[in-house]
Design a protein around this ligand. Sequence first.
Ligand SMILES: Cc1cc2nc3c(=O)[nH]c(=O)nc-3n(C[C@H](O)[C@H](O)[C@H](O)COP(=O)(O)OP(=O)(O)OC[C@H]3O[C@@H](n4cnc5c(N)ncnc54)[C@H](O)[C@@H]3O)c2cc1C
Length: 607
Amino acid sequence: MIIKKFKNKSVMATESGNTIKGGEFVIRETKYQDVFIPEEFDEEQQMIRQTCQDFLEAEVNPNLDRIDEQEEGLMVSLMDKAGELGLLGVSIPEQYGGFGKNFNTSMLVADVIGAGHSFAVALSAHTGIGTLPILYYGNDAQKDKYIPKLATGEWKAAYCLTEPNSGSDANSGRTSAKLNDAGTHYLINGQKMWITNGGFADVFIVFAKIDDDKNLTAFIVERDFGGITMNPEEHKLGIKGSSTRQIFFNDCPVPMENMLSERENGFKIAVNILNIGRIKLGASAIGSSRAVINQAVNYANERVQFNLPISKFGAIRYKLAEMAVRNYALESASYRAGQNIDDAFDALVADGMEVGKAKLKATEQFAIECAIIKVWGSEMLDYVVDEGVQIYGGMGYSADAPMERAYRDSRINRIFEGTNEVNRLLIVDMLLKRAMKGELDLMGPAQAVAGELMAIPDFGEEDDAPFAYEKKLLANLKKAGLLVAGAAVQKLMMTLSKEQEILMNIADIIGYVYVAESTLLRAEKLYHQKGAEAVDAQVDIARIYLHSAIDKVYMAGKEALNSFAEGDELKMMMVGLRRFTKAEPYNIKEARQRIAKRLIEANRYDF
Ligand SMILES: Cc1cc2nc3c(=O)[nH]c(=O)nc-3n(C[C@H](O)[C@H](O)[C@H](O)COP(=O)(O)OP(=O)(O)OC[C@H]3O[C@@H](n4cnc5c(N)ncnc54)[C@H](O)[C@@H]3O)c2cc1C
């Protein structure tokens, strides 16, 4: 029980005394003092990181082929070993046999284990969507019965939401639950599809509709209840070692007391648990991507063509640098949001909220950030593995080299935990709903931006404080977002929700703003902690990401405006968009060269 000896860590409070609300980054500047950066992980968290790393190196990495062949009993034994080490109970309260660590510590575990390919998927399905519904929605008897066994891995868990005809539209499932004549059991009938860990799970969280209910109800179903059959393992593009089954429920008898939470509360459970799943998926993309970058830089340093290591070539250096920049940016955003969730949780508990409810509420408050991290994390990883294959050349295409597996395994991340399309839609939808409920004042700032368009530009005083220029660029990007979103809302009103291309454009702007800001805040914090010279590379990374984000915001904004405005109005808004996405010339090529040089000299990702 290696983790058991660690003490509890108290959570960092925001230093400036600001409370941070989810989604508010769109209209408000965040102070660097108020973000958590991964460099601040304490000794205990670093030991947990090391434990995860050691586990991967000793147990998972040497067995990747055997895992992908689904060798009988292997995944289960790995999960058992992870359980013995305490890796399945990191964020489970001590009263249920876990270690009660905070949210960002569980993000760190997801990050490091993320490099474990199919094993990472099995672990995260078990600890996340499999275990958390019971932990957060179970009554005391349910938690007492199931959580200790799940925390140690004695029992493994799966989550059964998707059906052949109900994927993204999850509440449309047809699996039914009917009370038996004796009134003791619900009989579940139906078919679930794509169920991770299905082949070996002992406990299933099953979503079904009781009678003619509109909404799903969740149940805790044990494999031994009977009435459960399965198809053989699915043949998949990637994560071949992860068990994925279709499951059939034929009059599966579930005791009354195994209903989770209340009747018809299942969809809410599914959505809230997915918020946590999404941000953790983003975290796991960091670990996978870091491993790929390390392999790619090693290979680029070793592979010689035209009498030079290929790492000497600008085209390859570009790729290496860009892979590192995007990974660093995502890491900055993920742990920033993770800490926000921890802080919100602490505040809710201090106000008297029950721990499970507080965890869900805190995550819900930052659901916009969770969705951004899911989308940007999965797309970052796809970029990294794709360039990883390219750096390996022909060997990238060989099943005997590591890139082939990384490339295949990455692709699922844009599909599960809500597809990236659905998550992009959610980002905008949640933001607009918060504005409509008066929780977030979007209209005031949007009107101010519209007013600014009519006025003579105020270039203000030159501010030569560190990062003042970058912050101005970022503030302008937020204005660009408000300009586009505000105009879209005003022009399209109720039909905006049907204009998905425009919603995708707006989601892109919001996401780039969040990730660029997180990266800049991390560099700024490090600058103040360590001094300018020690953080040259981090500042380069923040600037590279910011300048790329400016171009992306311009493109997305232009597409959106062109699609719903015209004439003088369009011209005026385009002038505004150009003004808000204007930057002094920046030599991004040289900055990438510096990042690449550092990567190549260290022969690994060490930012
Ligand atoms: C390997 C694997 C493991 C999985 N594990 C689990 C698990 O453990 N438990 C579980 O319950 N499920 C699991 N899933 C299911 C997964 O969550 C779904 O595949 C996913 O939610 C998408 O649903 P779908 O496949 O039905 O696609 P669809 O919903 O049919 O989507 C098809 C395409 O249409 C798009 N689309 C759908 N609706 C909209 C819309 N309103 N607007 C715009 N575009 C839209 C999607 O983005 C996608 O591009 C797993 C899937 C896979 C492949």
